[in-house]
Write a protein that binds this ligand. Structure first.
Ligand SMILES: [Zn+2]
Ligand SMILES: [Zn+2]
Ligand SMILES: [Zn+2]
Length: 115
């Protein structure tokens, strides 16, 4: 936990200028709420998706930028909601579209199956 109580912090990124911050850290939940791991607009079109992103503002689930629909980014563009969490089981980070920073946990990663 950081002094401001957020379970998240901005990831170090050598490729970017120092001192980048995210003004949304304090409002971020530690983990996504239980949600269906489905991109609804993709499923409606019969498209496949790669990874899913969960909007920390409203709980919207959308597919990642490597997916055909890019619905997570589309959701941000339409709503202005800033931060998405990855729902992929092998990813443990968040991305702030507004501040353009990766966010990682300040504590231990969420539990995973051994091996
Ligand atoms: Zn931010
Ligand atoms: Zn999609
Ligand atoms: Zn949203």
């Amino acid at each position: 936990m950081t002094p401001d109580g957020s379970p998240w912090t901005v990831a170090p990124d050598g490729g970017r200028p120092e001192g980048r911050t995210c003004s949304h850290l304090a409002a971020l939940p530690a983990a996504p709420e239980p949600v269906p791991h489905v991109c609804a607009p993709c499923r409606a079109r019969g498209w496949n998706w790669s990874r899913l992103r969960w909007c920390t503002t409203c709980g919207h689930v959308g597919c990642c930028d490597s997916s055909r629909g890019r619905h997570a980014q589309d959701h941000h563009a339409r709503t202005g909601h800033p931060v998405v969490l990855s729902l992929a089981p092998d990813e443990d980070w968040a991305w702030c579209y507004t501040d353009e920073v990766f966010l990682v946990r300040t504590g231990p990663a969420r539990s995973r199956a051994p091996g």
